[in-house]
Design a protein around this ligand. Structure first.
Ligand SMILES: [Zn+2]
Length: 350
């Protein structure tokens, strides 16, 4: 297994002030991951700008134009949670473009010496709440949906899976791909929590019925419950769908010390999820692209992203300094898992 990083040098141009999604999230992350890449001889790639055509694979023309004009006249609010400043349109295009660089890198389209089996794009603004026609929840464009459509339409990859382990439901990715049987969308998220969607009966529509898989997890769930959800539901469904590319929406905001939610994941849990994803991709002989989503505690995020990077690259992480998490017995997870299994057994052998 080999992995690369895609970095976005312009990220600070997307200015959000004292908002939790701000440019202070990543300097510590890039220091830590930079050391890892040097130690293990792993390539670092530069983002590129996604073209308008790339954005339109997932978004309406009016949405792309709204973001461009709002940013130009910014700073302004695109919704109650989402800021655009004058450079936000360019940075958001580069954030989506970094996802495309990662897709290329794991599909034999990388520059000489930089081909890897997986790639981790450290990008902001994040993407998974942006729907086809609106910005929301700190997200301007859906990086994961744009990457999935690019893989299918530009690279001819027939089936793409998106696995979203951010603590919030990936409503935007789901919205864009809801009727698309070519992209399997699986989301782990705390429920109830922002944005309120993602109950287990949301399974797709029309030809896309059965290709959306939601795991709404009760508050208080930690490493054990997430790994169990992967082994019982996500893993078997991924296996049966048999994708040609796996995209992970990697938000580490379910960590016990993250203030935006109340899950109890630790760095070891994120390492386990990343390792399980990388093992799956390796077994299938397909590329894996991880796109950064949430994660809002700048003190813990370097460790969590290091854990994910190690899982992707197959090197041993150093998880010293992680916050200990309680293992709760009364979360209601076993009953919820049984409900999820019943909902999914209509479509898949789980
Ligand atoms: Zn999140």
């Amino acid at each position: 297994m080999s992995t690369s990083l895609v970095i976005l040098r312009e990220q600070a141009g997307h200015e959000t002030g004292s908002h939790p999604e701000n440019s202070r999230r990543f300097p510590g992350v890039l220091n830590r991951l930079g050391e890892d890449s040097q130690r293990h001889g792993l390539p670092i790639l530069e983002s590129r700008e996604a073209t308008v055509e790339d954005l339109l694979r997932a978004h309406t023309e009016s949405h792309v134009e709204n973001v461009r004009v709002a940013a130009e006249n910014g700073p302004t609010w695109l919704d109650g949670d989402t800021v655009a400043s004058p450079l936000s349109y360019e940075v958001a295009r580069r954030s989506a473009g970094a996802a495309l660089v990662a897709v290329d890198a794991v599909n034999g389209k990388a520059a000489e010496g930089t081909a890897t089996t997986s790639s981790f794009a450290i990008i902001r603004p994040p993407g998974h709440h942006a729907t086809a026609d609106r910005a929301m929840g700190f997200c301007l464009f859906s990086n994961a949906a744009i990457a999935a459509r690019y893989a299918r339409e530009a690279l001819g990859i027939g089936r793409v899976a998106v696995l979203d382990w951010d603590v919030h439901h990936g409503n935007g990715t789901q919205d864009i791909l809801y009727d698309d049987p070519g992209v399997l969308f699986i989301s782990f998220h705390q429920w109830p929590l922002y944005p309120g969607s993602g109950w287990l009966d949301e399974t797709g529509v029309g030809a896309g019925r059965g290709f959306t898989v939601n795991l709404p997890m009760p508050p208080g769930c930690g490493d054990r419950e997430h790994i169990e959800g992967f082994q019982a539901i996500a893993g078997p469904i991924l296996d049966q769908f048999d994708p040609g590319l796996l995209i992970v929406s990697a938000g580490q905001d379910g960590h016990v010390a993250d203030q935006l939610a109340s899950q109890n994941l630790t760095a070891a849990g994120y390492h386990a999820l990343a390792s399980a994803s990388a093992d799956f991709a390796s077994r299938k002989g397909i590329g894996l692209v991880a796109l950064h989503e949430g994660g809002y505690n700048p003190n813990t995020l370097p460790l969590l992203d290091h854990a994910v990077y190690a899982g992707l690259g197959g090197f041993t992480p150093d998880l010293t300094g992680d916050t200990p998490a309680p293992e709760l017995e009364e979360t209601g997870w076993p009953e919820r898992l049984a409900q999820i299994r019943r909902a999914q057994s209509v479509f898949w052998a789980v």
